[in-house]
Design a protein around this ligand. Structure first.
Ligand SMILES: [Fe+2]
Ligand SMILES: [Fe+2]
Length: 160
């Protein structure tokens, strides 16, 4: 991950995650385009997308949200619950899709499951940007945000 300079406002965390969202949305569009043009490429792009999503979720769950929601301080519990539920559901769908793709099942067999996952993955990104990241900017001090940024960049590699 490219090093992002610390900022007085501590907004770099939200900027970094929002930039990752943009890259993930782009990968989704690439997979969708490949379904038409080159089904075998769709599987390859998907496997890279899966790893990128899992790393992104770890940055959020293990670093950012852990500090942001420390002591359950996010008052909108339903929002936090939905965000965490989405992560669990997306991870489950990603891994079961990866198994199918590695077994080289035809695209027609895994595309509907991918489409279903995307139907809640994309709104999840929007919801974080519109509802949760602004809470982070409101609640956390610049110093805490800078610590989060550093911890995200030093997140140890993990077997997925
Ligand atoms: Fe997320
Ligand atoms: Fe996210």
């Amino acid at each position: 991950m490219a090093k992002i300079k610390k900022q007085e406002t501590g907004m770099a965390v939200n900027d970094l995650l929002t930039a990752e969202h943009a890259r993930l949305r782009k990968s989704v569009a690439e997979i969708q385009a490949a379904f038409e043009k080159s089904p075998s490429a769709a599987g390859d792009i998907f496997l890279r997308f899966k790893d990128a999503v899992r790393l992104h979720f770890r940055r959020e769950d293990e670093v950012y949200f852990k500090i942001l929601d420390d002591g359950k301080r996010i008052s909108n519990r339903e929002l936090m619950h939905d965000i965490r539920n989405d992560h669990a559901a997306v991870v489950f769908a990603l891994e079961s899709l990866a198994i199918k793709i590695r077994k080289q099942v035809p695209v027609a067999e895994w595309k509907p499951k991918f489409d279903h996952m995307i139907s809640f993955f994309l709104p999840h990104l929007d919801q974080e940007e519109k509802e949760l990241f602004p809470e982070g900017a409101r609640i956390l001090a610049a110093e805490q945000m800078n610590q989060i940024l550093e911890d995200m960049q030093n997140l140890p590699e993990q077997q997925q």
